[in-house]
Design a binder for this molecule. Structure first.
Ligand SMILES: [Zn+2]
Length: 189
């Protein structure tokens, strides 16, 4: 870990890593990828300090944490959504101005066409060989943004509906009704 931190020349990136490590537990490759993706998105979307972003992570492991700790996009505040698709990909957009229903966001992937140039990283990505995180992190740091691809995508901004609370007709517990359903999610599973 110390050796990895020594390799980080950019003080901003170093401070990001130092914040993520205690939150996440340790520096995993996925957490580092999340940091790098966040930094790409901030630049591409011209995100200012303190500006809210909305993140959809296509994997639930490791990658979502940097967005929570560094960008304040959390599960609880609606800034972070997880789609467990098992993909090293995120889509990020800024807060839409009032009345705007569609805007541009950026979808960033760890690109296998590009990780090919880094055989160990590529083998880790495709899980054809096992590595310790300490072996992969330095490669990611050295490669920087060279292993990612991104493109602008259209984001539908959800229309905020009035929250309706319904008592479940089966278990009696209160739940947030999305349509006209009479049973809570647990009772319809
Ligand atoms: Zn119920």
């Amino acid at each position: 870990m110390e050796a990895i931190l020594k390799q980080v020349k950019d003080p901003e990136l170093l401070s990001q890593i130092e914040k993520v490590v205690p939150f996440h537990g340790f520096l995993t490759s996925g957490a580092l990828i999340g940091i790098q993706m966040l930094n790409i998105a901030r630049r591409v979307l011209n995100v200012q300090d303190g500006e809210r972003i909305y993140v959809t992570s296509e994997t639930q492991s490791c990658m979502p944490d940097p967005f929570q700790i560094l960008a304040g996009a959390t599960i609880g505040n609606g800034g972070l959504k997880i789609r467990s698709l098992g993909k090293m990909a995120v889509t990020i957009n800024k807060q839409a101005p009032e009345g705007v229903h569609s805007m541009k966001g950026v979808r960033i992937i760890l690109d296998p066409e590009k990780t090919k140039d880094y055989p160990k990283l590529h083998a880790w990505y495709l899980n054809t060989q096992k590595f310790h995180h300490e072996e992969i992190a330095p490669i990611l740091l050295a490669a920087g943004e060279k292993v990612y691809s991104w493109k602008l995508v259209d984001i539908e901004v959800p229309v905020r509906k009035k929250k309706r609370i319904q008592g479940c007709k089966n278990c009696g517990e209160m739940f947030i009704q999305h349509d006209d359903e009479l049973l809570c999610g647990a009772c319809t599973e």
